[in-house]
Structure formats: structure tokens, C-alpha cells
Design a protein around this ligand. Structure first.
Ligand SMILES: Cc1cc2nc3c(=O)[nH]c(=O)nc-3n(C[C@H](O)[C@H](O)[C@H](O)COP(=O)(O)O)c2cc1C
Length: 193
């Protein structure tokens, strides 16, 4: 797929089912992720692959986080939270482990991990898979981070859900709507200086 088409047609999958990327495709996705721009070559990104029954353990962690935040949450609400981890056959948690001693500001290290996540989001459809990028409160929860092998100072930039996108009849995103975000600085009066 042409890179420009891949970018312009990217959208979040609504429903993800089996098959998930196999080991070869997964490794290619991870290699693509690691080609992200990286100030200082610190490689701040980490990828935690969660599949099969391990997703149920992630679902428990998410429900536990919600229970701690909302002690009055109903059993139904907690079950819905648990099920979120099962909405795709493969989850890649993308995290940033920032090097506080480095000259590179932490935000740039987090941005590098975000760029790695976006590489993955673009590579997945190129290999025929769908993807969705989610965070939610669990991404900021210390207990969840530690259970995933991270430290509280580390940042989870996304839970990337991957699988085969079900045909949902939703057309590709329309072009446009970018102009409002753009300003040509120094040309406000229409004169290039
Ligand atoms: C860092 C980050 C976190 C996100 N977290 C969520 C989330 O928790 N829940 C959600 O519905 N969408 C979340 N999104 C947005 C979706 O991934 C998606 O991009 C958005 O709904 C727009 O749809 P599209 O990707 O099809 O354009 C997040 C996006 C980013 C970049």
C-alpha cells in the first residue's frame, strides 16, 4: 500500500476478531515501531505483548483499577471493563521508559514512544490488520503499570488493540478538515516575508 494512501485512509477499527497478526507479522510490526524518530537514540519505547489467556489477566487489572476508583461500581460495569481486554485477539501496550539522566527532555522521550505507536498503527493495515489505540484510566494507574512490569514513573502511551477488522460498512475518512489547524506564520497579511 502506498504510504500516502495508508495515512489518508487510516481509521480505528470498530470490531476486531481473529486472526491476529501471527508471530512473523507481529515481529514486523514491532520492527516498524522501532523505526520511529528517537532524539538521542535512547530507545525509550517498550512493547508489552498480551494475547490469549493473558488478556483475561489484563481485564482483571482493568476491572480492579475501576473498582478502586469507583468502589460503588456495579458487577455489570466491572464485567464490561473486564471484557475490554477481550475486544481484540492481540494487545500491544506501548510504554515510554524515560531516562531522567539524559539531556533529552522526558516529553521528547514520550513523543518518541508515541511515534512508535503510530508507526505500528500504520503498519498494521498495511499487513491487512485493523487496529485501535486506547488509553483510559488504566493507562495512568500505578498498580496496572507495576503489574505490567513497568514502574510508576513510566508512561503507558497506549493499549493498541490488533486483529482482523470486521467489515463495518463505514467509508474511509473524508479528506479535508486540516486547514483549520494550519497557520502560515509570517504570511498573515498574505505577503511572504
Ligand atoms: C494517546 C491516545 C489515546 C487514546 N485513547 C482513547 C481511548 O481511551 N478511548 C477512545 O475511545 N479513543 C481513544 N483514542 C482515540 C482513538 O484511538 C481514535 O483515534 C479516535 O477515536 C478517532 O478515530 P479514528 O482513529 O478512526 O480517526 C486515543 C488516541 C490517542 C492518540
Amino acid at each position: 500500500m502506498h504510504a500516502i494512501d495508508a495515512i489518508l485512509q487510516r481509521r480505528s477499527a470498530k470490531t476486531l476478531t481473529d486472526p491476529a497478526p501471527d508471530q512473523g507479522a507481529l515481529e514486523l510490526l514491532l520492527e516498524c515501531a522501532c523505526r520511529a524518530p528517537d532524539h538521542g537514540r535512547l530507545r525509550p519505547w517498550r512493547f508489552i505483548v498480551i494475547r490469549g489467556a493473558a488478556r483475561e489477566r489484563l481485564g482483571e487489572l482493568m476491572a480492579d483499577q475501576l473498582r478502586r476508583k469507583l468502589p460503588a461500581a456495579s458487577a455489570e460495569t466491572l464485567q464490561r471493563e473486564r471484557q475490554k481486554a477481550l475486544r481484540a485477539p492481540l494487545i500491544i501496550v506501548v510504554a515510554a521508559v524515560c531516562n531522567a539522566a539524559a539531556k533529552i527532555p522526558a516529553i521528547e522521550q514520550i513523543l518518541a514512544a508515541g511515534a512508535a505507536a503510530e508507526n505500528l498503527m500504520l503498519a498494521a493495515p498495511a499487513l491487512g490488520f485493523g487496529a485501535m489505540w486506547k488509553t483510559g484510566d488504566a493507562a495512568y494507574d500505578e498498580t496496572v503499570k507495576v503489574a505490567l512490569g513497568l514502574q510508576s514513573a513510566d508512561a503507558i502511551v497506549g493499549f493498541l488493540y490488533l486483529g482482523t477488522a470486521a467489515a463495518d460498512g463505514v467509508p474511509p475518512p473524508a479528506r479535508g478538515q486540516w486547514e483549520d489547524s494550519v497557520r502560515y506564520w509570517g504570511e498573515e497579511d498574505g505577503v511572504r516575508v
